[in-house]
Design a binder for this molecule. Sequence first.
Ligand SMILES: Cc1ncc(COP(=O)(O)O)c(C=O)c1O
Length: 374
Amino acid sequence: MFEEGILLKSKIGADKVYDLSLGNPIFEPPPKFLELLRSYVETPSSGLHRYMPNAGLPETRSAIAQSISKETGLSFTKEDIVMTCGAGGALNIIIKTLLDPGDEIVVLAPYFAEYFFYADNHGGKCVVLDHDSNFMPNLDMLEDIVNEKTKMVIVNSPNNPSGAVYPKSILDGLGKIIKNLESKYGRDIFIVSDEPYRKIIYDDTAYNHVFSSHSNTIVATSHSKDLGLAGERIGYVAVNPDNENKDEIIDGLTFSNRVLGFVNAPALMQHLITHLQNETVNIQEYKANRDFLWENLTEIGYEVIKPQGAFYMFPKSPIKDDVIYVNKLRENNVLVVPGSGFGSPGYFRISYCVDKHTLHNCIQGFRKVFRDYS
Ligand SMILES: Cc1ncc(COP(=O)(O)O)c(C=O)c1O
C-alpha cells in the first residue's frame, strides 16, 4: 500500500490521494521534547553519545520504573527494565530470550502482521486465536491451540488494527486459562503485552495492565506513538517485578539486545525520554479524528465498532472479499488495508492519524464505493 500510494500520488497529485493506510504518527512530539533536545545539544555533557550498559542508562530505567510503578501499583525498579529500539526491538529481544527453535507463539486476531516475521527470526511459529464480533479473543478456543511447544501469547491492547481495548475480565480470563495450561504442560507460558498505544485511549476507558492477571508477564512498548517518536526508535521492556525468574529473563534480554545488533537503545533519546514519562502528544486531536470518521462512516451505512484506543478503525467490508473492496476504494483514490493482512478477512483497516485534508476528503470515496455495492 505504501508503494501503491507513492505511485498513485506521482500520477494524479498528492493532494488527490487519500492515504489512510499507514500508522505513521502525524502529530509533532510535545513542546517539552524540543526544549530538552535543544538543551542537550547546546550544553552536552561529556560522554553523551557513548555506549552504555546494554540494558540502557540507569537513570532512564529508574524514571520508567517509577512511572509504571505509579500506573500499576507494583514496585518496579530499574533492574526490571531494558531499553530497546522501539516496540519492534523489544518484541524481538523477548522472543529471542524465551523461545527455543520450534516453539510456538499464540497471536490474537486481528493481529499486527509483523509478529509472524519476528517469530520466524528466532525459529518460532505463530498460531492464531480468532475473535468475536467485538474483536475480543475467543478464549474458550485457547486450550485447543496451546500444546507442549507453546511459549507465549502476545496481547496487543489498544489493538492495531481494531482499536479495541481489552477489559480486565478478558486479561484475567486469559491469565487463568494460561495458569492451568502451564500446570498441564509443566512449563512456563508467558503473556507478552505489546502496548505502544497504551496512552492513546479515549472516553475514560480504563487501561488494564496485564501484570495482575499472570506472573509470567512482560511488557513491550515504545514512545513511537505516545510521544510521536516513531523514527527515533526508542522503547523498553518491563518484566513483572513479581516474576521469580526475572533476573535470568533480564540477563537474556540484555544479552539479546547486544547480539541481535541493537547493542543499546539510542543514547540521546534515552536521555530525553527520562524527563518525558508524564507527557504525550495531544490525544484529543486523535479523538477528534476518530469521532469525525466514525460518525461519517456510520452515517453512510458502514458497520464499524467505535475504537476505544490507538488510531485505527476496522469496519466490516460491505462485500465478503475485503481485498476486492479495498481495490475499489483505491480506484477512488482512498488507500486502506485489507483485514486479511491482520488475520481478519471481511474487514479493512483505516488509519486516522492523517491530516484534516485527507480526513475530510476521503469521505466521498467511502460513500461512492458503498453506494456502488448497495
Ligand atoms: C501493534 C504494534 N506493535 C509494535 C509496533 C512497532 O512499534 P515501534 O515503531 O515502536 O517498533 C507497531 C507499529 O506500528 C504496532 O502497531
